[in-house]
Design a protein. Structure first.
Length: 134
């Protein structure tokens, strides 16, 4: 049975039942598995990230209009002394989408881990009466 940081091994006992001895060291195998995720943000230079953050700040300051409306305001020069370009707005939108996708993937992975834990916990509850039979 796999758990987040260890693998629990059930071994056959003399009465042909599979069980685990909780105090035995050979019942557990520890694992260290890591998964590295490369985000869109890591591929940007610091200047590009700064420009995208400026565009996001402008977006929030204007009351969160749609991206198309913000680009139209920028093209018509409705905002005086604005240093944010349409490219910055596109960059900020792409960055926001990549962050949302990463958050969605992380949430999905956490929910899968949670369900696996619940399933393994349920299996352990079913097996508990047989664990100490030898």
């Amino acid at each position: 049975m796999h758990m987040p940081n260890k693998i629990v091994q059930f071994r056959p006992m003399s009465n042909r039942w599979y069980a685990m001895k909780p105090l035995s060291n050979d019942s557990y195998t520890t694992t260290n598995k890591f998964q590295f995720v490369e985000t869109f943000e890591e591929n940007l230079s610091s200047r590009q990230q700064e420009r995208a953050n400026k565009a996001r700040a402008l977006y929030r300051a204007l009351g969160t209009p749609s991206s198309d409306d913000l680009k139209a305001m920028n093209r018509m020069n409705l905002i005086k002394n604005n240093s944010v370009t349409t490219e910055d707005i596109n960059l900020a939108a792409t960055l926001q989408q990549s962050r949302a996708k990463l958050l969605e993937q992380t949430w999905h992975q956490l929910s899968v881990i949670w369900w696996k834990y619940q399933l393994n916990h349920w299996k352990l509850i079913r097996i508990l009466p047989f664990l100490w039979m030898d």
